[in-house]
Design a protein. Structure first.
Length: 152
């Protein structure tokens, strides 16, 4: 496993790779304990840096998030929410042909191991309110404002 930490406007972001794909992105107050390098990890760090600088709107990386088949389905749908766009949990549930699965979509969203890259921060409540975010609502607000989709 390879890992490195990137200083971001939101604090340290730790990225992990298996050498072929990105497996995890997380907000980590302590940062990675050491930087080990591989090509895909270096690309991820470059792309995250470009994203935070406002020069990148879509990530182009091999991803390998670990989760159930349902979680994978939800995470794939999250990747269809464009930069600067928002969707509700209900929108995601309907898109995956499971309109009654709103709560399950919320749980899958909360277990997304590739925050920022798989844009779970772009999901809001059906009434337009912000809902939870693994990194904290302050980070979610920052990301949405950075993308121009949250003005409140």
């Amino acid at each position: 496993m390879y890992q490195a930490s990137l200083d971001s406007p939101l604090g340290p972001v730790t990225v992990c790779s298996d050498g072929e794909a990105i497996c995890q992105v997380s907000f980590d107050q302590s940062g990675a304990t050491g930087k080990t390098s591989c090509t895909v990890l270096d690309r991820a760090l470059e792309q995250l840096e470009a994203y935070f600088q406002g020069r990148l709107q879509q990530f182009d990386l091999p991803l390998r998030p670990r989760g159930t088949a349902f979680q994978q389905q939800v995470w794939q749908q999250l990747n269809t929410i464009g930069f600067g766009k928002l969707a509700s949990y209900g929108d995601i549930a309907r898109a995956i042909q499971n309109p009654k699965g709103v709560r399950a979509v919320g749980m899958a969203n909360s277990r997304n191991p590739l925050g920022i890259i798989i844009p779970c921060h772009r999901v809001i409540g059906s009434n337009g309110t912000l809902t939870g975010y693994a990194g904290g609502l302050d980070k979610k607000v920052w990301l949405l404002r950075h993308e121009g989709s949250w003005q409140k």
